[in-house]
Write a protein that binds this ligand. Structure first.
Ligand code: NAD
Length: 226
């Protein structure tokens, strides 16, 4: 597996190797077409042809009402979350089409299917990602490349802590209150585990989902049902 990130991912690489997997780190910036193309080429040089690409890179900020939103912050979020995913799909399509096989999995969010106050940039980027998923699925179906998305609910990660702190500040509440609301907001009344998202990514990348393309699967503990 190639771990492509703008920052080092030594711990993740160690974890994959310890579990018996093959891992290589590739440094790339998803907002830069040249960096993406070079990163994909480097991944293929180290690991062989790429059959599966998971678009996971994203940022969750800014946390502010639209009336107070800084346009540069809005644009940065769309550039990383949406343009970045498009550039990685573009690079993947160029490599996969001649081989006539591939699977692309885009990590969206539960807020790709609903609104959320104070998060217009992130929400819009994730709604856009579902449109991009459906369009890429249609464009690549003839090349036997499937494109699907996952819409996770809140997953207990450092990213979530940072986002909940932003909500607490913006909403004048404590982080504990925000966390309790988010944890109990879904019918299952808990956060989603990392493995519960990863398992669905493995499914969508595998032949087990061979008749699925353009789909957006909810992994939200029942929060989103459509
Ligand atoms: N954590 C949650 O609750 C949650 C819920 C729903 C969806 N998601 C989505 O899941 C995915 C992973 O989230 P996470 O919580 O693990 O966040 P994370 O911050 O741990 O991971 C995101 C990664 O993207 C990388 N990145 C940021 N900008 C980049 C750039 N320009 N080029 C390359 N890499 C870049 C970061 O370095 C980071 O390693 C994201 O798409 C996020 O929107 C997360």
């Amino acid at each position: 597996m190639a771990i492509a990130d703008i920052q080092p991912a030594d711990e993740l690489e160690k974890e994959i190797r310890a579990a018996g997997g093959t891992a290589a780190q590739v440094s790339l910036d998803v907002t830069d077409p040249e960096s993406v193309a070079a990163g994909f080429a480097e991944a293929e040089r180290q690991l062989g042809p790429l059959d599966i690409v998971v678009n996971n890179a994203a940022i969750g900020t800014p946390v502010a009402l639209i009336q107070d939103l800084d346009v540069a912050a809005w644009e940065r979020t769309l550039k990383i979350n949406l343009t970045g995913s498009m550039l990685c799909i573009q690079a993947a399509a160029r490599l996969m089409r001649p081989r006539g096989r591939g699977a692309i999995v885009n990590i969206a969010s539960n807020v790709a299917k609903r609104g959320l106050p104070n998060r217009s940039a992130y929400v819009s980027s994730k709604w856009g990602l579902l449109g991009l998923t459906q369009t890429a699925a249609l464009e690549l179906v003839d090349a036997n490349i499937r494109v699907n998305a996952i819409c996770p609910g809140p997953v207990a990660t450092p990213h979530l802590d940072e986002v909940m702190q932003g909500h607490a500040r913006a909403e004048g509440r404590s982080v504990e209150q925000v966390a309790e609301d988010w944890r109990t907001g879904a019918p299952m009344r808990r956060f989603i585990e990392l493995d519960e998202v990863a398992n669905v990514a493995v499914f969508l990348a595998s032949e087990e989902s061979s008749a699925m393309t353009g789909q957006a699967l909810n992994v939200t503990g029942g929060l989103i049902m459509s």
